[in-house]
Design a protein around this ligand. Structure first.
Ligand SMILES: [Zn+2]
Length: 339
């Protein structure tokens, strides 16, 4: 394996038009995808991979038939509406876009057989559950990938650092022996409100779930402390690491939560690359959320990290002692197995 690692980025020009987000931030999420591919082409060496659309049968493997039927029906309506209580939109042709987005995961799995890192910028829809859309997510592409890998006998770890807890993803895998490290903003109210630390999994999944909720306003130093739990991934020795590298915890994100800079996402990339070298695990990354002027920059900083490139261009943010003590306490409970 080369020290730089071979990177593939899933890309389709249709991505420039797709957003399932609330109408008020739809333009922002489309802009970050456009900026991302421009920046990536300037700064990174990668193989561009065209996604193959998934089939309706694929969709039925992770979502209820009634929900899939509903998606198909709303896709034929000539207007924009909501799939849920007011976050996730539907629009004419959404069904085809959902199949494309889901297919990107199938394509990523295929290419990860011979690339070290495969990244899908328009993916990581971790809120969708079996029966419904939630939080800008009409399909749970990450759960689909993880379950498919499990079916093939792979040993899977998930590192989800999107600022929002991946409730849907955790639901799908709660009783599965998939190691899940979830680092997110948490105060019990911030969307989606889930992610209590004592929720450690059930059955075969018992002890496999880590909910590392960071207090709102946590900075780069607190994020780095949370990342020390990647040690658990190293010990687990997976064949595949799925990273939901949502960048909406950046301090300038419109959905204010954490106080991170792009440095944190670069550090994540560096650490995941190290894990991959140590364990030989293949890495499948997703863009997750990101609704700010720095989103695309943070996505590229993550990929630069994977390639072993340090990118610390922003002034690091610091966390108050009170919050830092909380984060350190939580991480210690997890690392010592006290929770
Ligand atoms: Zn998010």
């Amino acid at each position: 394996m080369s020290s730089q690692g071979l990177l593939g980025i899933i890309w389709h020009d249709r991505y420039l038009e797709i957003s399932f987000s609330h109408p008020m931030i739809r333009d922002l999420s489309k802009r970050r995808i456009r900026e991302f591919i421009e920046l990536a082409r300037q700064r990174l060496q990668f193989l561009e991979i065209r996604p193959e659309p998934a089939t309706e049968e694929d969709l039925l493997r992770i979502h209820a038939r009634e929900y899939v039927t509903k998606l198909k029906e709303v896709s034929k309506l000539p207007y924009v509406g909501f799939l849920d209580e007011g976050d996730t939109v539907h629009y004419p042709g959404i069904f085809e876009d959902v199949l494309l987005v889901l297919g990107a995961t199938k394509t990523a799995l295929k290419y990860s057989e011979f690339l070290d890192y495969v990244y899908n910028p328009l993916g990581g829809f971790h809120h969708a559950t079996y029966g419904r859309a939630l939080g800008f997510c009409p399909v749970n592409d990450v759960a689909f990938g993880a379950l498919e890998l499990l079916r093939r006998g792979a040993k899977v770890a998930i590192v989800d650092v999107d600022a929002h807890h991946g409730n849907g993803l955790v639901d799908y895998l709660y009783d599965k022996p998939v190691l899940k490290i979830n680092v997110f903003a948490y105060d019990g109210r911030f969307f989606p409100g889930t992610g209590k630390p004592e929720e450690r999994g059930i059955g075969e999944g018992k002890g496999f779930n880590y909910n590392v909720g960071l207090p709102l306003g946590s900075g780069d130093d607190a994020f780095e402390v949370a990342l020390s739990l990647l040690q658990k991934v190293e010990e687990f020795d997976p064949t595949h690491v799925i990273v939901v590298a949502g960048v909406d915890g950046h301090k300038d994100d419109e959905l204010k939560s954490l106080n991170l800079t792009c440095n944190s996402y670069n550090l994540l990339g560096l650490k995941v690359a190290r894990l991959s070298r140590l364990t030989g695990a293949k890495v499948i990354g997703y863009g997750g959320g990101g609704y700010g002027r720095m989103s695309a920059e943070c996505m590229v900083a993550f990929l630069e990290g994977l390639k072993g490139i340090r990118n610390r261009t922003e002034t690091p943010t610091e966390t108050s002692k009170e919050i830092m003590d909380k984060v350190k306490g939580l991480v210690e409970l997890f690392s010592k197995g006290l929770i």
